[in-house]
Design a protein. Structure first.
Length: 160
């Protein structure tokens, strides 16, 4: 390809990110329908806490003012998935909470049991990405993906 290629008039990056977020939605919907995660699967979901439509308790918003990662493994309940996002019950320091997260707020989805990961650009205007703090709702540590063969990072940059 030529480095002098003109900017695309087709928003390929947005189309691909939307399709990959649909993968997250389908996986969560299947888990919600089943009522539990199969086998050793578990998910780390990172999202922008101040993105439009995110609804989390104030104490979590104060602790994670930009981004947080939650774990869906053994202790979650009421996982509900819609076309726009999901809601789930989780416990933080033994305090039950319900989180509502639109798919557009998700910046990362990892299933370390099978070394699968998706990374997204945040769809929040004017917010710069920062490292996510772990919400500590579940103790297991994130396993690194060794060779990166199952990691899909979508980061299209237009040359000006």
């Amino acid at each position: 390809m030529n480095d002098d290629a003109p900017d695309s008039l087709i928003p390929y990056d947005e189309i691909v990110q939307e399709a990959l977020r649909a993968v997250v939605g389908r996986v969560l919907a299947e888990v919600g329908d089943a009522g539990d995660l199969p086998g050793e699967h578990h998910f780390y979901i990172t999202f922008k806490t101040r993105a439009p439509g995110v609804d989390i308790p104030n104490q979590l918003l104060e602790r994670f003012p930009d981004e947080m990662t939650v774990v869906l493994q053994k202790r979650f309940w009421d996982l509900t998935v819609t076309d726009a996002g999901f809601s789930v019950g989780l416990s933080f320091n033994q305090v039950p909470s319900t989180l509502v997260v639109p798919f557009a707020a998700i910046t990362g989805f990892v299933d370390p049991a099978v070394n699968f990961a998706l990374q997204f650009q945040a769809q929040v205007e004017g917010v710069q990405p920062q490292a996510a703090d772990h919400a500590e709702n579940d103790p297991p540590a994130l396993e690194p993906v060794e060779d990166g063969s199952n990691v899909v990072a979508v980061d299209f940059k237009r040359k000006k």
